[in-house]
Design a protein around this ligand. Sequence first.
Ligand code: DAH
Length: 364
Amino acid sequence: MTSQLSPDIAFMTRFRSVNDNAEAELNRARDTASLEAWRIKYLGRRGQLSELTQQLGKLTLDQRRDWGPLVNNVKSTLEAKFAAAQNALERQAADAKLASDQLDVTLPGRPVTLGRLHPVTQMVREICAAFTSMGFDVVEGPEVEWERYNFDLLNIPRDHPARDMWDTLWIDWTDPTPEGRRMLLRTHTSPMQGRIMEKAKPPIRVIVPGKVFRHEATDARHEWHFYQVEGLAVDKDITFADLKGTLYEFARRIFGADRRIRFRCDYFPFVEPGVDVSVDCFICKGTGVMSNGHGCRVCSATGWLEIMGAGMVHPNVFKAVGYDPEEYTGFAFGMGPERIAMLKYGIDDIRHFYANDVRFLRQF
Ligand code: DAH
């Protein structure tokens, strides 16, 4: 019992136990929390070493001279060891962080997703390329159009029943001049025929890609907005044979060299005669029957795919733009790139093009 021992023996015992315990506990402290607890316990203001220093006061002067330096010595040794332990812990933490942050340059990289052209853009470009290589120029025109270009100049006067061929989205604005001209979203690319002929003199060979709009409910075959590519060739002595040859060559470039082409009478107010143009089905080779004996699904077993409307420019269209129909002749045609892409790639619903589903878009 310390109380029964002489003060210096008691001090010595306490000194030893503090010293031994301090070292042992410091060696066991493995994290910042236990290290800090250790510091408070031994080196803190009320820690065991200050307590020892206070105890010194109870000793004689001689004893104090002996013990004093020893206590100081132990204190600075413990302080040094504490600092070393703290350093080691910090370094360990830093090493661990470095190790966990490390970049493994041998891991396979994440592929960069590349953008691509929309399938309709690709189709429009392919169609344009087929015609530019035959000497046609590409021109574009406005999507918001006057009814004069969309209808009047194209031999479709106001109140003519042929206007019903195009369900029109009208713009809620009328020219305040006496003519009171109305605006609309163009229902086809044909209005560019008038715009071009008003400005230029023959020879003309142009194609017009662009967006068109219809006041229509959508289903697998109809969109209310879609693309068209219009064609127009005007010169002296252009005949129906030129139209046939040009469109035959076009069909071969898009659908393959062994394609045949068919023209049937059709009505469009701005051409006479007017035709619809078909290519023989590239799936069943025009037989209407697939190799497994079933009827061909792409051409509905008809052997033919309708790809566009066309015809010889109507004399009234020439007159409307100030051309002499006795001097000039020409042909025109109009097609839907979505429809051509659908036929070419076996797409069964036009709405896929505008649903923005990358699973669809990525396939092209
Ligand atoms: N503009 C017509 C349409 O929408 C397509 C067309 C037919 C254009 C015959 C022409 C043509 O140039 O000659 O539906």
